[in-house]
Design a protein around this ligand. Structure first.
Ligand SMILES: Nc1ncnc2c1ncn2[C@@H]1O[C@H](COP(=O)(O)OP(=O)(O)OP(=O)(O)O)[C@@H](O)[C@H]1O
Length: 215
């Protein structure tokens, strides 16, 4: 399988405090990677760097064989290749589900997934014209996943996607991520939940600013 992202010895600190001390990871096509680690270990920081929303200090970020320049906005890769899912959903509450899902397409004239079909797969067709304000957590996260998938990303980066969900909705969201993975989308997620971690193909722990394989 082809490598999408490779990080070599990536470091990151805030105010002289080193958070990531040497991150090495390869994200390949078809991967489903879970990252666990204590609170404050730097998991979100790592995800933000992987998703090109935050800069790194030292080390190399290689995207599909090309070494990316630090301190440069790689918005095109972020927009066209990566879908984000968040624990607190990050939906715009004044908009409907349909409008939220279509947000990434406003800046992009390329190939999008058919909204109706996607909504059907995620079982939110009946909610498309409803305000996201009135949705349950599980429904909100399904809208969040639809928004992440609308531009056919190659990679989904999910920061605690099931953290706010009850058991039933957790399983629904996990099944949806697994289905996206079967359809060729690589997944990398952070979780505190061992059940979620077990469903991933690769489990890594962030500890002491480095990633360690965990079985
Ligand atoms: N923008 C920032 N400026 C200063 N410090 C920051 C910033 N972002 C994160 N930190 C610090 O970096 C450390 C790692 O934060 P991060 O959110 O990556 O951890 P985490 O492993 O995701 O934690 P949690 O599981 O609690 O969400 C924390 O001590 C945090 O306070």
């Amino acid at each position: 399988m082809k490598t999408i992202i490779q990080l070599n010895n990536i470091t990151k600190g805030y105010n002289d405090r080193q958070i990531l001390t040497g991150i090495n990871i390869q994200v390949k096509e078809g991967d489903f990677i879970a990252i666990v680690g204590k609170s404050g270990a730097g998991k979100s920081t790592l995800m933000n760097i992987l998703g090109l929303v935050e800069y790194w200090d030292e080390g190399e970020y290689i995207y599909r064989g090309i070494s990316l320049k630090n301190k440069y906005d790689h918005y095109k890769i972020r927009l066209e290749e990566i879908g984000f899912v968040f624990q607190n959903y990050n939906l715009i509450s004044s908009l409907s589900c349909r409008e939220n899902i279509l947000l990434p397409t406003l800046y992009y004239g390329g190939q999008t997934k058919e909204l109706e079909k996607l909504a059907e797969q995620l079982n939110i067709s009946h909610l498309l014209d409803t305000s996201v304000k009135v949705l349950s957590g599980g429904e909100k996260q399904r809208v969040g996943i639809a928004r992440a998938l609308i531009l056919n990303p190659k990679l989904i980066i999910a920061d605690e996607p099931t953290g706010n969900l009850d058991e039933e909705n957790k399983l629904i969201v996990l099944d949806l991520l697994e289905k996206a993975n079967e359809n060729g989308c690589s997944i990398i997620l952070i979780t505190h939940d061992h059940l979620v971690a077990k469903r991933a193909k690769v489990l890594l722990e962030l500890k002491g600013g480095k990633l360690h394989e965990k079985n």
